[in-house]
Design a protein. Structure first.
Length: 193
């Protein structure tokens, strides 16, 4: 009887300890896909050049190297209008590639997980539709950075990810280097497969 009692006790203890250990790390597939959309606000010299509020869309793929650390790569396009009637129907289009690292901050007691990310951007700025043809320019691709933070609200394999970010890069345009900087407030939908 003591052998059966001992074996049953060992089996129950193993089952009781295995469940909490498995629950500590969530099941995270190696890849996630995310689409984002929102508003953009020009800053600094870019704002002074006549750019006004705009909208932004982006898509990215993240490889989760560790449970809460991912390496992302994606494409972003942001369009800005102009403040001044002298510019006509001109608009600025910022577009390019983004790569970087995203870190999720686990909060096991609540269903909302903060995240931060930062990386490099390889963007270009095009200006078109301006009354003065000299203002319609296309720049070479410039390099800079993007940093952001937000919240993740998960529902199974789908997570809603509102956030804010700062984008800043330099381009070589007519008249020398120009710094493009803007803030984004957007929301994303992340799907893990």
């Amino acid at each position: 009887m003591s052998k059966h009692t001992l074996a049953l006790g060992a089996l129950l203890a193993t089952a009781a300890l295995a469940a909490p250990a498995r629950a500590q790390l969530p099941h995270i597939t190696p890849f996630s896909f995310e689409g984002r959309a929102g508003a953009a606000l020009p800053m600094g010299d870019f704002d002074d050049a006549g750019a006004s509020r705009g909208w932004t869309v982006s898509g990215s793929v993240t490889y989760h190297a560790l449970p809460y650390i991912g390496i992302y790569a994606g494409y972003t396009q942001t369009r800005f209008g102009t403040d001044d009637d002298l510019f006509g129907d001109g608009e600025f289009t910022d577009a390019g590639w983004d790569v970087g690292v995203m870190v999720g901050i686990p909060t096991p007691l609540i269903p909302i997980d903060p995240w931060i990310r930062g990386g490099m951007v390889f963007h270009r700025l095009d200006a078109e539709g301006f009354t003065d043809p000299a203002l319609n320019v296309e720049t070479e691709t410039g390099m800079g950075f993007a940093v952001g933070a937000g919240l993740g609200m998960g529902f199974g394999l789908i997570t809603f990810t509102p956030g804010v970010s700062l984008v800043r890069y330099s381009v070589d345009g007519d008249g020398g280097d120009r710094t493009i900087s803007y803030m984004k407030a957007d929301i994303g939908v992340r799907i893990r497969l």
